[in-house]
Design a protein around this ligand. Structure first.
Ligand code: AMP
Length: 567
């Protein structure tokens, strides 16, 4: 399929704000694609990717390299920089200049196909070692030489990983469901396990929705997420009997093992195997093939260490061996998704827990095993199973909750014993309950240039939450809670992701996630979402999260209600 034909539909999609119209355009696109392989590529491209969502491989081409590649395809650098400044978008800038450029004769060239674009960019991603930048530049430039103005717009955006056409996976799934006449729920369910929109589309096109689209070792699954609950009472009222578990404040890990190989994935499905060698070793000793999930906590003298300690381990730039000597890690397993050829996704939580207990060989049942658990707090133990209490009694649950806080953890999880594992969704079958008002995970959307003491950095940051469709809503500005080191780091990171320079502030790609605390949530007319944070303060960076993992406007509403009911 020609790249030009895809780009024309992308333009139609971009030109409408209506989701249904976007979907209709995408259906038109599916209808035009004749070959399943191309459909697969187009699905990845539509969400600004070259690799599947579960694969952490990236193109690794920054703005600078892209600009140089465009320039070497025959565009004037000064004009390009000026146009980028004016439009705030390299895609539109290169399109504009290509249009202006007279005498380009694309007739000499073979028209670009989707395959050309896709395969070339894949090669770009694979180039490593000496002279790699030059080679990358040459390949990218060869695409721009052949691209017409509109084709260049989407080429540039694809390379930066942001198509700006307002398409997302849910809309693609809907379009596929309509076109291939398969229920949307069925596709959503398969997608939540394979996490690969291209593969799913390709299989649909080939009429092969089969076995290969189930859970598989080394293909990470989007984790099931929890909802907030205002109180233990309410959760129990809803669930009757529930399993309470200690809520650990660490990093969520998904551990996959097959033969002698173990891989560990973060909550964002990044492969973090290399940063956790002692955990890998321990899981290697366990028999069989499996996928289990847990929370990885740093422990010192029997008490959990602050979350930052564990994050530091997972961010690979630190000296792993040095740190691992000082701090012990423990993984508290809390779910099992697969074991020896059998998927556990659809079976009730009660049975999954039982399988997990058989897997580790004991229960950690707070009622029966409290003494053993307390004794083991100080022991060096790498794999453990979360502490549980199955009850329908509020008093008992509250006692367990207080005990969990006393031993240094952050609260409890409340789980419905009958519920299946629902990957990637925030469900009412799993609640979290913590003593303080929930901090919010927000993403930076703008940064204000600093003044006075902060003149070399950005001084404050506009932060946003999202809705279910991924639209962002500003909920205020934050400037406190940041050290000079943080500001320095933010300056560097933000400069890499600027989309538009507005003079005294810059609009940035929504990538940097912050956890913020605040005094309270207020209703506000100033912001489109209708809420604002009063006195927000940065608690920590959440490099383990991306813009899809931030809190939603619904969370904000819910916390607002909880806060009101507590007053
Ligand atoms: P959320 O990520 O917002 O759904 O909050 C729940 C998070 O708490 C999970 O993602 C886990 O990382 C973490 N967590 C800590 N302890 C547990 C537990 N016992 N069961 C499930 N999740 C837990």
């Amino acid at each position: 399929m020609l790249w030009k034909d895809v780009c024309e539909i992308f333009r139609n999609i971009e030109n409408t704000t209506k989701r249904l119209e976007k979907r209709a355009q995408f259906i038109k696109l599916i209808d035009k694609v004749k070959n399943p392989e191309d459909l697969k590529r187009i699905c990845y491209i539509t969400i600004g990717r070259v690799f599947p969502e579960w694969d952490e491989k990236e193109l690794g081409v920054g703005e600078k390299l892209l600009i140089n590649a465009i320039v070497s395809s025959g565009i004037n650098k000064d004009k390009l920089l000026k146009a980028i400044h004016e439009t705030g978008d390299i895609g539109l800038a290169v399109e504009k200049l290509k249009k202006e450029k007279k005498g380009t004769n694309l007739l000499f060239y073979q028209p670009l196909t989707v395959e050309d674009v896709y395969k070339t960019l894949k090669r770009v991603a694979e180039i490593e070692g000496e002279g790699s930048q030059k080679k990358k530049l040459r390949l990218i430039s060869s695409l721009f030489v052949r691209a017409n103005p509109l084709e260049s717009r989407y080429l540039a955006r694809l390379i930066l990983g942001d198509m700006r056409i307002g398409m997302n996976v849910p809309t693609i799934l809907e379009a596929l469901s309509i076109y291939y006449n398969v229920p949307k729920e069925k596709l959503e369910k398969i997608y939540s396990v394979v996490n690969d929109i291209g593969l799913l589309a390709e299989k649909l096109a080939k009429n092969e929705l089969d076995e290969s689209l189930t859970i598989q070792v080394f293909r990470p699954i989007k984790p099931m997420l929890a909802q907030l609950t205002p109180s233990i009472e309410e959760a129990l009222l809803e669930m009757g009997t529930a399993q309470f578990e200690t809520k650990y404040d660490g990093a969520r890990v998904q551990i996959h093992k097959k033969d002698d190989k173990v891989k560990i994935y973060s909550r964002r499905l990044e492969d973090i195997t290399n940063s956790l060698p002692e955990i890998v070793n321990e899981f290697k000793k366990l028999p069989g093939e499996f996928i289990v999930e847990g929370e990885c906590v740093a422990i010192q003298e029997g008490r959990p260490r602050p979350f930052q300690d564990i994050l530091r381990r997972i961010k690979r730039k630190y000296d792993i061996h040095k740190i691992s000597k000082e701090i012990n890690l423990r993984v508290y397993l809390f779910d099992i998704l697969y074991k020896d050829g059998k998927s556990y996704i659809d079976i009730p939580f009660k049975d999954r827990r039982k399988a997990l207990e058989e897997f580790v060989g004991y229960e950690n049942d707070w009622k029966k095993d409290r003494e053993k658990i307390e004794k083991e707090l100080k022991e060096h133990k790498i794999i453990d199973i979360s502490y549980k209490l199955v009850t329908n009694k509020v008093d008992e649950a509250r006692e367990f909750y207080n005990w969990s806080l006393d031993i240094g953890h952050e609260g409890v999880m409340i789980k419905n014993l009958k519920a299946p594992y629902t990957p990637g969704s925030r469900v009412r079958t799993m609640y979290k309950f913590k003593p303080t008002l929930e901090n919010l995970d927000v993403v930076i959307i703008k940064a204000k240039k600093g003044m006075g003491k902060r003149k070399d950095w950005y001084g404050s940051f506009e932060i946003a939450v999202r809705d279910e469709e991924g639209n962002l809503y500003s909920i205020g500005h934050v400037g406190t809670g940041l050290s000079e080191e943080d500001l320095e780091m933010l300056k560097k990171e933000i400069d890499k992701i600027i989309l538009e320079d507005l003079g005294d502030e810059v609009v940035v790609k929504p990538e940097i996630v912050l956890e913020v605390a605040y005094e309270e949530i207020q209703k506000s007319d100033k912001y489109k979402g209708g809420y604002a944070l009063r006195f927000p303060r940065v608690v920590r960076f959440r490099f383990d999260k991306g813009k899809d993992d931030i809190n939603t406007l619904d969370d904000v509403k819910q916390i607002y209600e909880i806060q009101r009911s507590r007053k």
